[in-house]
Design a protein around this ligand. Structure first.
Ligand code: HSE
Length: 295
């Protein structure tokens, strides 16, 4: 059996809808090996789909199909640490883990860019699967089914405080809340800011991040689906956050600080005790710059 580690990811970064993402050092682990049929179990007791509709299994099978090789089945043991349906890339970690694991088992018929194309095809957008596979900060665009991307490492001076609420928000529901059309004015608002985030992260001009993460395409429509989400953002700004935004499609609220992890933890505790944020938890994270890896 092959053991694989896959990072969580935070997508959109506010204005970079469906295009920007950062991998985080919170990991799922998968053991994967050949089998006759579908054998899926959980190492941590979480309730997972154990049939052929399991996302890791489906994604791995897709790699066999794309490689034109016969598929007889797989044994998969999952250890899930990334919370489900909370905007931290748990689905993308399954997809990235499945395609990466199958590619390793098959002796690497595909390079990482080709694997990323397969993963993005399965996910439908590249902003979580790219950092999950490649690590770091990724800026992506889809062209003719291929992911065009730039990956850049993120230093440990940036600390990501993920405020995770006690409720799920399914990506499909969060996408259904979005309007079908947007104005040119709002489009310009977002494209200027997503360019600003990208340039600021690459150059270290972090003081631009709060402006860069502002958004008019999805957050105004999704915040009503995240009770207390806006309050968490407001509280974060009282403690000098660089930027606060809905992580991916939500429900997690992400706050980026430039500080030590211990100080970020102190701030997170103060924020959650400042009001009655019942059931919210936090993770104190750095970026992961490695992406999916065989251990
Ligand atoms: N870009 C996606 C969205 C991320 O916001 O819907 C969640 O998969």
């Amino acid at each position: 059996m092959l053991r694989i580690r896959i990072p969580a990811s935070t997508a959109n970064l506010g204005s970079g809808f469906d295009s920007l993402g950062i991998a985080l050092d919170l990991y799922n682990y998968i053991e994967i090996g050949p089998a006759l049929g579908c054998e899926i179990s959980s190492a941590d007791g979480s309730n997972i789909p154990a049939g052929e509709d399991n996302l890791i299994y489906l994604s791995a099978k897709k790699v066999y199909e794309k490689a034109g090789l016969p598929f007889y089945g797989l044994k998969i043991i999952e250890e899930n640490n990334i919370p489900f349906a909370r905007g931290l890339g748990s689905s993308s970690a399954c997809i990235a883990g499945g395609v990466f694991g199958a590619n390793e088992l098959l002796g690497r018929p595909f390079d990482k860019d080709e694997l990323l194309d397969i993963a993005a095809e399965i996910e439908g957008h590249p902003d979580n699967v790219s950092p999950a596979l490649l690590g770091g900060f990724t800026a992506c665009a889809m062209e003719n089914g291929r992911v065009k991307y730039v990956k850049s490492n993120i230093g440990s001076e940036l600390v990501f405080v993920a405020f995770v609420p006690p409720f799920e928000l399914k990506t499909a529901d969060a996408r259904a809340a979005l309007p079908a059309n947007v104005s040119v004015k709002d489009s310009v608002y977002n494209l200027s800011r997503s360019a600003l985030i990208t340039a600021s992260l690459l150059s270290g001009k972090y003081e631009n991040l709060s402006t860069g993460c502002d958004d008019k395409l999805h957050q105004p429509y999704r915040l009503p689906l995240i009770p207390d989400g806006e309050k968490i953002m407001e509280e974060s700004y009282k403690y000098g956050v660089l930027a606060a935004y809905i992580s991916g499609a939500g429900s997690t609220m992400m706050a980026i600080f430039r500080t030590e992890k211990a100080e970020a933890e102190n701030i997170a505790q103060k924020i959650l005790s400042s009001e009655n944020f019942s059931g919210w938890k936090y993770f104190i994270l750095n970026a992961d710059n490695s992406g999916a890896a065989a251990l």
